[in-house]
Design a protein. Structure first.
Length: 366
């Protein structure tokens, strides 16, 4: 059976299933509360209705709770969260319509953010503070969503077996030189779908398919696990190079798991295509919901999340790249330095998702 693309299948289960989608995203902290998805996000008692902002979020990073706690301490505005997959939350926003209590929709991937926009569940955000915090390249052209962080999908390699001078481009990984040496997660991963979607936008469908076929041919094993598992497979000498998001390397180095730290210390990070189209970037973003009842508070939260203080907390906790250049970045990100990134409209990642998934299925990238 062919895998379904991100956007070809919408929510087909009951609202109660949202609970199962949220298990990995439990939050901690006093100001931020994770609410039962079947209940109203305003169910938690508050001293004043005006002192709350309600979020539907598909992000699952602990640092988000740190941000919300800091925001609450600074403003007195309580943050309530409902977590689920992006598609489920968009469908919920559509069903709830004007009765929705959600004020913000937060997720990863530019294509998914554009999906929410196309489904009419967002509205334009007007804030000169946000405009100053976030460069235009990290904002929707109609300001329906605002980028809060970016992540690069790079080549990670075994320091003891690979000379970084032998690395160059994504395309090179698809050549015979790397046969049996490449590691990657499944083609059902949105990260890989968006990477192929970017190639479609930059080089056309034929070249994107040729690249995907080359990677599928060069895989050291059948794809399994997440990005961390690819790094661990390098350590186990299953393969020599892997396609990974940068922030996983930082999170592994900062892990309380000594084995994860050891793995991360023995892999290198290489930013491909610096002489051609640049390294693939994707984005996390926040959108103001169409029927936000706490609009002013929601905008205040985005202003805080994109401020120097908020961005510094975010990048030091998640190792994502900040969208506000004023942020203080972790030493690891500073050491990586600046790099050339792909210049594409993030909305195109969604536009090409269906074709990207078809290509991945066709070439046998399982």
């Amino acid at each position: 059976m062919k895998k379904r693309s991100l956007f070809s299948t919408l929510l087909v289960t009951s609202l109660a299933l949202i609970v199962t989608a949220c298990g990995s995203g439990s939050t901690t902290g006093g100001a931020s509360s994770s609410v039962n998805p079947s209940a109203s996000p305003t169910a938690s008692p508050t001293s004043s209705k005006d002192q709350v902002v309600n979020i539907y979020t598909a992000r699952h990073y602990d640092v988000d709770s740190v941000l919300y706690d800091a925001f609450t301490k600074k403003t007195g505005i309580k943050v309530n969260e409902i977590k689920g997959t992006a598609e489920e939350l968009v469908e919920r926003l559509k069903r709830e319509g004007t009765s929705s209590d959600a004020d913000l929709f937060i997720t990863v991937d530019g294509g998914v953010l554009n999906y929410a926009k196309q489904n009419g569940v967002l509205q334009a955000i007007q804030s000169s503070t946000i405009d100053q915090n976030v460069p235009k390249q990290w904002r929707d052209k109609d300001n329906n969503w605002i980028g809060i962080a970016t992540r690069a999908r790079v080549i990670v390699y075994a320091k003891d077996r690979v000379n970084p001078q032998d690395l160059s481009t994504y395309e090179d990984l698809a050549t015979d030189k790397w046969k049996g040496k490449v590691l990657a997660r499944s083609s059902t991963s949105l990260y890989n779908q968006s990477l192929v979607a970017a190639f479609i936008e930059l080089d056309g469908e034929a070249k994107a398919e040729a690249w995907a076929k080359g990677i599928a041919t060069n895989l050291a094993r059948k794809p399994e696990g997440g990005d961390r598992d690819q790094a661990k497979a390098i350590a186990a000498k299953v393969g020599d190079v892997a396609i990974m998001n940068t922030y996983y390397v930082g999170q592994m180095l900062a892990s309380k798991d000594a084995e994860e730290v050891k793995v991360a210390q023995n892999i290198g990070v290489f930013f491909p295509n610096q002489s051609t189209t640049g390294t693939h970037l994707n984005i996390s973003g926040a959108g103001l919901t169409k029927h936000a009842k706490n609009k002013d508070n929601a905008i205040k939260l985005i202003e805080y999340m994109t401020s120097k203080e908020g961005q510094t907390l975010l990048t030091k906790g998640s190792f994502e790249f900040p969208v506000n250049d004023a942020a203080d970045k972790p030493e690891l990100l500073q050491n990586w330095g600046k790099f050339k990134s792909q210049q594409i409209d993030f909305a195109k990642l969604g536009d090409h998702n269906k074709k990207a998934t078809e290509i991945l299925n066709k070439v046998g990238w399982k």
